[in-house]
Design a binder for this molecule. Structure first.
Ligand code: FES
Length: 151
């Protein structure tokens, strides 16, 4: 019988550090490119396929190139109950001319739909990169888009 490290790949310490290493790599590269996956695998003595399968399991990891501003629209229950996601999502789709999961051609905005931003008290909520915006309105959303587009 093979020891566990031969079956799964890497030792227990490497596997324990994997999520933190992926998070750091994502911060450095902006997304988990094949190069980033390979570097994490090399550093932790894990197989690239093992690193990729772990990264792709978690929604917090970005497996595709992202725009400068990643806009997440919440379609969770609390936001839904206050009329949230669909109208804002439709507005963003029309304004940015992209669908969820896409990035604007200028690389400025990526649009995503998520289930909950852990800001239910402030529904409807959206998130731009690491910044949370609660009690969002169409006016505030348009102001925000204009501010970000001007940067
Ligand atoms: S359901 Fe929208 S923030 Fe929780």
């Amino acid at each position: 019988m093979l020891p566990e490290s031969k079956i799964i790949g890497g030792d227990a310490r490497s596997r324990a550090m994997l999520l933190s290493a992926l998070y750091i790599a994502q911060e450095q590269y902006g997304w988990l490119s094949p190069e980033a996956i390979q570097r994490v695998a090399d550093r932790l003595n894990l197989r690239p396929g093992q690193v990729y399968s772990t990264a792709s399991f978690y929604t917090m990891f970005r497996m595709q190139p992202q725009g400068q501003y990643r806009i997440q629209v919440c379609e969770g229950l609390s936001c839904y109950l206050v009329g949230g996601a669909e109208p804002f999502l439709d507005h963003l789709i029309k304004t940015l001319n992209i669908q969820p999961g896409e990035t604007t051609p200028d690389g400025k905005f990526t649009l995503e739909v998520v289930q909950c931003l852990a800001a239910c008290d402030y529904a409807p909520a959206i998130k731009v990169n690491d910044e949370l915006y609660g009690d969002i309105t169409f006016e505030r959303l348009d102001e925000l888009l204009a501010e970000l587009a001007a940067k």
